[in-house]
Design a protein around this ligand. Sequence first.
Ligand code: AMP
Ligand code: ZN
Length: 113
Amino acid sequence: MNKDCIFCKIVAGEIPAKMAHRANGIMAIEDVNPQAPVHLLVFPERHVADIAEHTFKGSADEIACLMEIAAELGAKNAGGFRLVVNTGPDGGQTVGHLHVHVLAGRPLMWPPG
Ligand code: AMP
Ligand code: ZN
């Protein structure tokens, strides 16, 4: 656990969140500032800073589980969905704990800003 990390605090129950899924070290919560009618965040319970750090640690199984859960949650929306992994300052990452955004419930524009 990273004591300064919002998502680690959610994992520890120190900050409340609306849980959408929790199993096998992976958690999904509702985003507090939703950008679409469905906006979930899927992340590993253990602290990993971002997808680049994760790749270097060679934990492909965990990435696969993360994407599988994100896709399962997204697929509940008949109209389709989008998975997003913002990474680093130029990627728009504001929380330094790896997470996958699941966006759905309205047509999403492309390209993103
Ligand atoms: P990103 O900007 O890609 O790092 O995404 C971080 C996301 O976390 C943003 O969409 C925020 O709205 C969301 N967020 C920040 N704090 C919380 C919180 N306490 N509970 C739920 N979502 C949060
Ligand atoms: Zn963390």
